[in-house]
Design a protein around this ligand. Structure first.
Ligand code: CTP
Length: 504
């Protein structure tokens, strides 16, 4: 009998055990919590399955722990919070699905019926909450064997499991991505992979939001490339993000080849994940939020999902801009502009937010070549100021993406570029420390110009402000009010504007 020690210590399990016994029903902990116990990753949420009414047990437990219980009668589930942990109760079910819907037809069943209808053997393990064998593992489908061997397998014939709920095809890939580590990969068994290939058309009954949710979870894994390769191999990617599939392959004309952009993209994505994880561990990445009109700085502690999206889509404009030139070879001129323009359509197709998160991805895609361009050109202060101005608070993420984008089969070339890149990074901190451009605010406001010249809102105000901004970015004047005011007066007088006597 396998019993997990730490698991027995949590008070909530003893409370549930007492209540289940008093009501004469059997209760078990099931699913992700059990899996994560064996993986040594502390699970957050707890799923409890009851051979009887999950709602009734939840209501009784809530009374003992004095917690509010949310009941979802339609689904036969109830949820309560205990010391920051969500505990969900459900009655053991026998389920079958219709072809056109994810909504199951539900009947009451035994624990084993319930385990059989779950997605993967590693997610179908249960811990007993009965007094006589408290904490014993109930594992009829060999979940523990599969967890040890690093295998994703369905309890039933995969065609049945995936056809019942096609979201599980993406979940299989997500778990393979999440659970794989450098010393132990997780593999989906071949018959399951084959079944995903066969059933991929069933994705159409899923909502785009649910698909995007799985992609998001995959993207924040340590090595997201694993998931995108598997999605490609099984034909899911073509249905979810066809634009990414267009990056595949390479062409050769007159002995000139080009980078295989799909593999390159996935390499960049993994590089970003690794570099971000390192920076998070070192506490060097900051996020900026506005609270009560004030900018607040926070040290980043979790991966930035949108940075991962930017990495995934950074070269998405390449296929549309690919040209062969006799002298220059293959070029992808303007792919960053075309790529940035493709983002809203991609986000819309996945029902993702069309808000500032999307704008951030657009911005990073648009700017992703700028820092590296500085590596190959002379690094002038004004070019650095312009980059700081355009990237604003996202400069660190942009630099991280750009550094991750340095990939080549030639390690010496990578090393050389990375060293030059470090020079750009140093220059950026120097210029920022000196000129504070990252959060550029024009020292001269529109209201001030209107006041000095007694003019209403008009085109000339924009012109003056633009002139001052450019002068600061080009290093003609310093980033301060005195110099900006002097320049404004010179320029305004050339434009025929005369200050009011009070504005002299
Ligand atoms: N489950 C399933 N089919 C699904 C979704 C969930 O069979 N399409 C079952 C699995 O047994 C799973 C449990 O419901 O373990 C809980 O699902 P969920 O909370 O989505 O996943 P976890 O396994 O807890 O993992 P994670 O929190 O990483 O998503």
């Amino acid at each position: 009998m396998t019993v997990i020690q730490g698991f027995l210590d949590n008070k909530i399990f003893h409370i549930i055990s007492d209540i289940a016994e008093s009501k004469g029903v059997r209760a078990f902990v099931i699913g992700g919590y059990v899996r994560d116990c064996f993986l040594g990753r502390p699970g957050k949420d707890i799923d409890v399955v009851v051979e009887g009414s999950g709602i009734e047990i939840a209501e009784a437990v809530a009374e003992v722990v004095r917690s509010h219980v949310s009941v979802f009668r339609n689904f036969g589930t109830a949820m309560l919070r205990y010391r920051g942990v969500e505990v969900e109760f459900v009655g053991a079910r026998k389920e079958s699905y219709r072809r056109d819907s994810r909504k199951p037809i539900v009947e009451n069943g035994s624990l084993e019926d319930d385990q059989r209808r779950r997605d993967f053997t590693i997610n179908a393990m249960a811990f007993s909450l009965q007094k006589e064998d408290f904490g014993a593992l109930v594992d009829p489908f060999g979940g523990i064997r599969d967890l040890d061997a690093g295998i994703i397998r369905t309890p039933l014939d995969p065609d049945t499991t995936y056809s019942d709920d096609p979201l599980r095809m993406i979940r299989a890939i997500r778990f393979a991505t999440k659970l794989s580590s450098s010393d132990r990969p997780f593999r989906i068994v071949p018959e399951s992979l084959e079944s995903i290939r066969l059933n991929r058309g069933r994705l159409e009954i899923l909502s785009r939001e649910r698909i995007a949710e799985e992609l998001n979870k995959m993207l924040v894994c340590d090595r997201p490339s694993i998931g995108f390769r598997l999605m490609d191999e099984t034909g899911l990617l073509e249905l979810i993000l066809p634009q990414l599939c267009r990056l595949k392959g390479t062409e050769n004309v007159e002995g000139h080849g080009h980078k295989e952009n799909f593999s390159h993209t996935l390499e960049v994505l993994d590089n970003v994940a690794a570099a971000e994880a390192e920076a998070i561990a070192a506490g060097t990445l900051k996020d900026y939020e506005f609270e009560d009109g004030e900018e607040k700085e926070k040290i980043r502690t979790e991966p930035n999902l949108w940075l991962r999206w930017a990495a995934l889509l950074h070269d998405i404009g390449k296929p549309a801009t690919k040209r062969f030139d006799k002298d220059a070879g293959w070029t992808f001129h303007g792919h960053e502009v075309v790529g940035a323009r493709m983002i809203p359509k991609i986000f819309k197709s996945l029902k993702m937010p069309l808000n500032e998160k999307m704008k951030y991805v657009e911005k990073l895609v648009l700017l992703h070549l700028r820092p590296i361009a500085l590596v190959t050109e002379e690094v002038t202060d004004s070019a650095v100021r312009r980059l700081l101005f355009d990237a604003g608070n996202d400069i660190d993420d942009l630099m991280l993406l750009c550094n991750a984008d340095i990939t080549s089969k030639n390690p010496r070339k990578v090393e050389r570029l990375r060293q030059n890149f470090e020079l750009v990074r140093r220059k950026l901190s120097e210029v920022e420390a000196k000129d504070a451009i990252r959060n550029f605010k024009n020292p001269v406001t529109g209201e001030y110009i209107m006041e000095v010249y007694g003019i209403p809102p008009c085109r000339q105000i924009g012109e003056l402000k633009e002139y001052i901004k450019n002068a600061i970015l080009d290093g003609v004047i310093g980033n301060n009010f005195e110099e900006a005011d002097r320049l404004m007066r010179e320029k305004a007088s050339r434009m025929g504007l005369v200050p009011l006597p009070s504005g002299q």
